[in-house]
Design a protein around this ligand. Sequence first.
Ligand code: FAD
Length: 621
Amino acid sequence: MKHYDVIVIGGGHAGVEAACAAARRGAKTALVTMRMDNIGVMSCNPAMGGLGKGHLIREIDALDGVMGQVADAAGIQFRLLNRSKGPAVQGPRAQIDRAIYRSVMQAVVGSQEGLQVVEGEVSGLLADAVGVRGVILASGASMTAGAVVVTAGTFLNGVIHIGDRKQSGGRVGDAASVRLGQYLADMGLRGGRLKTGTPPRLDGSTIDWAAVDMQAGDDDPVMLSFLTDKPAARQISCGVTSTNEETHEIVRRNISLSAMYGGHVEGVGPRYCPSIEDKVTRFADKDSHQVYLEPEGLNDRTVYPNGISTSLPAEIQEAYVRTIKGLGHVRILQAGYAIEYDYFDPRCLASDLSVSAAPGLFFAGQINGTTGYEEAAAQGIVAGLNAAAKSLDLEPAVFSRGDSYIGVLIDDLTTRGVTEPYRMFTSRAEFRLSLRADNADQRLTPMGRRLGCVGDSRWERFSEKSSEIARGSEMLQSVRLTPKQLAAQGIQVSNDGQSRTAFAVLGLAGVSPEHVSALLPEFKSVAPSIQRQIAIEALYQPYRDRQTADVRALQAEEGQRIEADFDYSSLSGLSNELKSKLNQIRPENMAQAGRIEGITPAALLLILSRIRSGQRVSSSR
Ligand code: FAD
C-alpha cells in the first residue's frame, strides 16, 4: 500500500492550494481527484478577486500559493474595484480565460516537487482508534497517510436542478460524490444541505454587441500576484446590459416552475449572489437589474451573463434572456441550474481546520459551508499547511483576525458556523485598515517563510522590496518640516508652529510622493511603486490608531446589556439583513451580538454607540 505524508481529496480550488502548500512544506503529498483533466476548473463565473476576495488571493499569494499567479497568467481583463475609495477597500479583480487557467494550473500542479496526482474517486477513509490513516478508493485500492484533507466542494451528494428536472451531479458534466458523502455523514458530524446556482451560458456569436455598452479593463492593470508585473494574455472588454419589466414579468409568471422557488430544493442559498428569481421577488420595486456579459475566453464564444443565475426550466430561461437588450436572438449553449450539496458545520473544526472528533482529518473549501473560489483556496492553504504540520510534526500555521482575512474567515467559520453559504466581505474584518490587499505580503510572507512554504525566489523579491520600504520610511521619519516650509510647496496645514515628520506630511489629504520629493530630493531615489506603498501606510497611520481604540472598546464592552426592546430598525447604517437577524435573535448583551453570523465590527459599534447615547440621555434627565 502506498504511503504519503498528506493526501488531499479533490482537485478544485481548495484542493490544489492544500496539496501545493503541503508539498511546499516538504510533505510527500498525493492529490486524489475524480478527473485529472478537471484540475483548475472554474465551476461558475469566469472571474477571480474583487472586494474581500481580492484580499484573500493576495494573502494566498503572499504565502507563495498558486491562485494569484495562475489567475494573472489567464487574466483577460483587470479592474481594481472601488478605485475611487481608500486602498483598504479596493479589491483587484480579473476576468479569466477558463481554458488558460485550467491548463496553467495543471502545469503548476504537475511541476510541484513532492506532489503526485492520482486519478480516482475516494469512497471512504481508513481510520482506527487513533484517527484517520488514509483513504479508500472506489476501485478498492487504499493509500495511507499521516493526514488527510477533504476538499470535495459541491460534489457531496450533489443534485443538479433545472425546473422540476433533477439529476445527481457534482456540477454539470461531473458525477456526484455519493459514497464519500455517506461515509462522512456516518461519522456523525453535524451538517446540512446548501445550494447555489449558475446562469445559462450564451453563444457570443448570437449577441448583438453593438446594442450593449462595453466596459474595458483598467489602463494600468493591477495584478493579483505580487510577482506579476503585467498581463500575459490579450485584454478584452465585457458587455453591460440589463433586465427590464418584460424579463421580470416572465420570471414572475413562471416562478412556481423554478427549482429554488417551486419547493424542489431544500438547501439554503447564497443571499449575496441572488438568482433572477430572488431578484424579482426580494427586490420587486426595482424595474431593472444589470447584467454583465463576460466572455469565458479568448478562443471561446461562450459568454457568462453575470447577474441572472437561475433554476427555471430551460425554455423559460430562453424566453426571459431574449427580452434583454442585445440578447434578442441569443442562443443558449448550456442551461442555468441550481446545485444542492452536503456541507458540514465548520464548528466541528479547530482553527487549523482539523476535524476535532477525527485526528488527522482536515476539511477545506465549500464542504465547510463557504461559497467562492477564493474562500475555498484560502481554506485550502490553511488545511494543507496544517496537514503537513500534523504529519511531519512541524509548527502549526495559525492565522488571526488581526493578521489576515484568512484569519477572519477561519475564525468566523469555526466559532460562528454558517446558516447560508459564507462569502468574504471587507466589512467582516475589524482590522480592515491594516488588512489591505496592497500589504498582504508585508503581513504574511515572513510567516510563510518561517513555516517553510515560501520559496527562495519570492523571498528574495520580498526582502528587496521590504528593505526599500524601510529605507524610504526611515528617510521620511527622520526629517521634520515646519508649516512655513510646507506652505512654500503649496501644502496648507494649521499654522500651529508644530513641525511634522515628512512621513506624517505624506499621509495628509492631497499630498503626493511628488510633493514630498520636492521638499526632500533624496526621496526621489526610492522607486515610484515603493513611494506609493509608503504613502498608503502614511495615509492610514492615524486611522489605525483609532481602529485599535475601537476594537479595544468593543472587547471591553462585551458584557454590556442590550435592552430586550432595543430598536434595531431605526439604526441607520445597519443592513436590512442584520436588522432582521438582530430583531429575531434579540441578543442579551454585546458578546452575544458579536457571535451572530454576519455581524460586523462596524455594526457592533453602531449598537454600542446607540446604547451609550441612550445612557447619556437618561443620565442627563
Ligand atoms: P470544487 O471546486 O467544487 O472542487 C471539488 C473537487 O473535489 C473536484 O475536483 C471533484 O472532482 C473533487 N472530488 C469530490 N469528491 C471527490 C471524491 N470522493 N474523490 C475524489 N475527488 C473528489 N461561487 C461563487 O462565489 N459564486 C457563485 O455564484 C457560485 N455559483 C456556483 C454555481 C454552481 C452551479 C457551482 C457548481 C458552483 C458555484 N460556485 C459559486 C462555487 C464555486 O464553484 C466553489 O465555491 C468553488 O469551486 C469551491 O471550491 P472547492 O475547492 O471547495 O470545490
